[in-house]
Design a protein around this ligand. Structure first.
Ligand code: MRU
Length: 350
């Protein structure tokens, strides 16, 4: 299984986190070595690692790396140092709630550190980050079990962006459902949107599925409608960066269009996401901060090749919000919920 974020202990008993550089896939497999919280903040901000659960796991390891760098001779208290580490990691990407969820979970451990020396706290923080990662893999497998039951014995699924092993601790959310269906003996074909402008579908989803031998056809983002009209799609399954209390879903730009298309063609539209992606503190999707990214992602292909004229204006939001009314169900590790069922819930009620 692809392992995008790895905790490594060096022979000198130092901790490192090796992050698979997703900017280079599928052409090269290289790891960025993170030795402190600054390295991890760069890895998240520059999209060496991406995908909501993987961002959360990376941020958790970033907190642990930050603790490792604490210097008691600096005159700054451990608590103040860790506040600064958390602020830095929290400033990297705004949309995926998993980032903030993971930083808060780590804070729970270090905030009452009185009486514990910082090096044993560092050990506990690395163990906690690894637990978050291991839990994520288990949740993805559970989500897979719940989600695959929704698919017929033979199905063609359309997916958008990358919600696979690369975007999580492993196995994936949307791709986890597809993998679980294949493992259950179902005959599954996938159409993968290329996902302009960052091409997570072409570079990452196609890579994962081809590696797994799951029949996959790559399409550009505008092709879904014609496939649906020709009755070639049985279900759409995507991941999520944040689900709000009313069942609205922020996910990769282009997701909303797919949901509307699916509704127009009577095709089920599923979102697969762990409970940690549900932000019960936010009433609706209109409050979700949407990251806007560099115009260069649209005006250029790769680092150097310009494909648009100099001087053109560019709008590049990385995510959109799909209203809950367009979502058939949200597949979680705790079961499958309609958005209106989510509205009756709180984190404690599950
Ligand atoms: O900008 P990215 O690549 O981080 O966006 C990723 C997505 O939108 C995914 O669909 C989402 O994070 C779910 S990943 C399981």
């Amino acid at each position: 299984m692809i392992d995008a974020v790895r905790w490594v202990r060096t022979p000198e008993n130092q901790h490192e986190v090796h992050v698979l550089d997703q900017r280079l896939l599928p052409l090269r497999t290289e790891f960025m070595v993170c030795r402190n919280a600054d390295d991890m903040a760069v890895a998240i901000r520059d999209m060496v690692v991406r995908g909501a659960p993987a961002i959360g796991i990376s941020a958790a390891f970033g907190v642990a790396l930050g603790s490792q760098s604490f210097d008691s001779a600096s005159g700054i208290s451990y608590r103040k140092h860790m506040e600064e580490v958390s602020r830095l990691l929290g400033s990297t990407r705004p949309t995926a709630v998993n980032l903030f969820w993971a930083i808060e979970r780590m804070r729970f451990l270090w905030k009452d550190q009185a009486g514990t020396d910082s090096s044993s706290m560092t050990e506990s923080l690395f163990r906690e980050a690894q637990i978050i990662k291991d839990e994520d893999i288990r949740m993805n497998r559970k989500m897979g079990e719940h989600g695959q039951a929704l698919l017929p014995q033979s199905a063609t699924v359309l997916t958008h962006c990358n919600a696979g092993a690369l975007a999580t601790g492993g196995f994936g959310t949307a791709l986890g459902v597809i993998r679980a269906a294949v493992n259950a003996g179902k005959s599954i074909r996938v159409f993968a949107d290329e996902t302009r402008p960052y091409l997570q579908g072409a570079r990452l989803t196609a890579y994962e599925l081809v590696e797994d031998g799951i029949p996959t056809t790559l399409i550009t983002d505008g092709m879904g409608a014609s496939l649906m009209a020709k009755k070639k799609i049985d279900a759409v399954i995507v991941g999520a960066d944040r689900v709000t209390a009313n069942g609205d879903v922020a996910n990769k730009i282009g997701t909303y269009a797919l949901a509307v298309l699916a509704r127009a063609h009577g095709i089920p539209f599923y979102v697969a996401a762990p409970f940690s992606t549900i932000d019960f503190s936010m009433a609706s999707g209109s409050s979700i901060p949407i990251e806007e990214r560099s115009s260069r992602e649209i005006t250029h292909i790769g680092p150097d090749v310009r494909i648009a004229p100099e001087g053109v204006s560019v709008y590049n939001p990385a995510f959109d919000v799909t209203p809950g009314e367009f979502i058939t169900a949200i597949i979680t590790e705790k079961g499958v919920f309609r958005p209106e069922e989510l509205r009756q819930m709180s984190p404690q009620s599950i």
